[in-house]
Design a protein around this ligand. Structure first.
Ligand code: 9L3
Ligand code: MG
Length: 129
């Protein structure tokens, strides 16, 4: 079965949270929407909330979906939702670093190739189009 990966476009004060991957070696240093694989029997929503708690130490509220299924090079697909932080301050518990990117800074980090088109979609969404 195709692997489903979920990701969060966490927005606060008009800025987007980007996370720098620590592993595997071929992805290390690239920037992504935090998230991860959906466990067997787990809903996408629950997986997204769980991953954000594990990776960032925050509780999120899940908002609208960003596009449909975004293909990843691994053959899995990424499903992304806009999210907001309900409690906690994000920390890089499993990433190398975190950054809040303003509108003018969205492309200042080397996004993973699979995540880059999603940044454009989030940008359109932030612009209200
Ligand atoms: N992946 C790509 N972009 C993302 C996320 C959350 C994940 N925004 C890719 C990296 C891994 C796979 O999906 O190859 C599973 O992610 P994780 O469970 O290792 O975070
Ligand atoms: Mg992850």
């Amino acid at each position: 079965m195709e692997t489903i990966v979920v990701g969060a476009a966490i927005i606060e004060n008009g800025r987007l949270l980007a996370a720098q991957r620590a592993d595997p070696p071929e992805l290390k240093g690239g920037w992504e929407f935090p998230g991860g694989k959906v466990d067997p029997g787990e809903s996408d929503h629950d997986a997204l909330v769980r991953e954000c708690a594990e990776e960032l130490g925050v509780k999120i509220a899940v908002g609208r979906r960003v596009g449909g299924e975004w293909p990843l090079s691994s053959g899995s697909v990424l499903r992304v939702w806009v999210a907001t932080i309900v409690s906690g301050v994000p920390e890089p518990l499993e990433h190398l670093a975190l950054r809040w990117l303003g509108q003018e800074e969205l492309y200042d980090v080397p996004w993973l190739p699979g995540d880059l088109p999603i940044v454009r979609a989030v940008q359109r969404l932030l612009n209200g189009s």
